[in-house]
Design a protein around this ligand. Structure first.
Ligand SMILES: NC(=O)c1ccc[n+]([C@@H]2O[C@H](COP(=O)([O-])OP(=O)(O)OC[C@H]3O[C@@H](n4cnc5c(N)ncnc54)[C@H](OP(=O)(O)O)[C@@H]3O)[C@@H](O)[C@H]2O)c1
Length: 337
């Protein structure tokens, strides 16, 4: 099977490429000239990995990459909570998917597209646990990222109705060893915390996110390629917990003291505005932003029963997943405990 992976240089895409190669697939990684490829296998690893350069917004480069591929894993996206130029979310996250769909129509080898959507595309779940039947109300978006992924999700579902063989998978908040991009937010938050830059709990702990180990998401993308039903969405979520609960699990695993301080969200939001101001000058994406804090004022709790049933999805618990992450961070010298 010849497989194209967009977003191959990212936190998730890199792990997906490794797993596909381990399973014996021939992988073409679609990356940008500026991409950091340090988490991808190298030629020395003697694997069937082909690197192809382009940009998801540059249709000819994507079309060329698609030629001869049987499956496309479309994971490329701008994954940030705030950007100086918000139109990037739409040109890449929405325009990129449209280009993939166009390339499908103009090539004759693609049998399946596995699109990496997001839990954000289903909307918040304040007070309940949602499944795949929930559609985003579209009335309010915490972030432009959420809005772009919601629009793209709808495009994927509509394309399936028109006969495109596309399956959407909606991961929860991914974490795990690998690249520390904005997509690996939980682990980045731990790095801040264990280096003394985040001295307390985040708000009152009423937030809920569905935390999932990146490798569980990877395995289920491969299952979605093999057995995912066209036009279906599968939530690849995990343990529904607050950031503060994740901090407590981290303290237990590392045998470190729990914090006594509770930082109100409005203070983190003020800090976020400072970051945004700094970013307006430097152009670098902020670590914390007011829209990201807004997501913490909501709950994003999901059930993954459908993926368990249909894709043999077996997400590990947060505690199990973090037991792997902390020694990895420590060995890397990113944290001490
Ligand atoms: N992380 C999560 O918690 C989470 C949760 C749900 C869904 N998702 C979805 O999972 C996917 C992967 O996310 P991630 O966490 O791995 O994010 P990531 O680490 O930021 O990776 C994003 C990837 O997209 C690529 N990309 C961005 N703009 C591009 C462009 N114009 N042309 C080609 N490639 C481009 C990046 O390339 P460069 O390396 O060159 O920047 C990178 O390879 C995304 O679709 C995201 O929406 C993520």
């Amino acid at each position: 099977m010849k497989v194209l992976v967009t977003g191959a240089s990212g936190f998730f895409g890199g792990r997906l490429c490794h797993a596909l190669l381990r399973d014996g697939h021939s992988v073409r990684a679609f990356v940008r000239l500026s991409s950091n490829l340090s988490y991808l296998p190298t030629r020395l690893d003697n694997v069937a990995l082909e690197i192809t350069y382009g940009d998801i917004t540059d249709y000819p480069s994507l079309l060329e990459a698609c030629v001869g591929c049987n499956v496309v894993f479309h994971a490329a996206a701008v994954v940030e909570s705030w950007l100086r130029d918000p139109s990037m979310f739409f040109s890449v996250n929405v325009g990129g998917l449209k280009n993939v769909l166009r390339a499908y129509k103009e090539t004759d080898t693609i049998e399946k597209i596995v699109y990496t959507s997001s839990f954000f595309a289903l909307g918040s779940t304040d007070g309940h646990i949602a499944d795949e039947s929930q559609m985003h109300t579209g009335k309010y978006f915490c972030t432009e990222y959420e809005k772009s992924k919601t629009i793209a999700d709808k495009i994927a579902l509509d394309a399936a109705k028109e006969g495109v063989p596309i399956v959407s998978v909606c991961p929860g908040v991914m974490y795990g060893p690998g690249k520390l991009t904005c997509g690996n937010m939980l682990v980045r938050t731990f790095v801040e915390r264990f280096n003394g830059r985040l001295p307390g709990y985040l708000g009152d702990g009423s937030d809920r996110f569905s935390f999932v180990h990146v490798d569980d998401v990877v395995t289920s993308h491969i299952s979605a390629m093999e057995k995912g039903q066209i036009g279906e969405r599968y939530l690849l979520t995990g343990e529904n917990a607050s950031f503060n609960e994740a901090f407590d699990i981290a303290s237990t695993i590392t045998n470190t003291k729990r914090s006594w301080l509770n930082i109100p969200l409005f203070m983190i939001e003020l800090y976020g505005w400072l970051f945004v101001l700094f970013c307006l000058i430097t152009g670098k994406p902020p670590l914390v932003s007011p829209p990201a804090v807004d997501t913490m004022r909501h709950q994003w709790a999901y059930s993954c029963e459908k993926a368990k049933r249909d894709l043999n999805y077996k997400p590990r618990s947060l505690s199990e997943g973090l037991k792997e992450v902390f020694p990895w961070l420590k060995n890397m010298g990113a944290i001490k405990y």
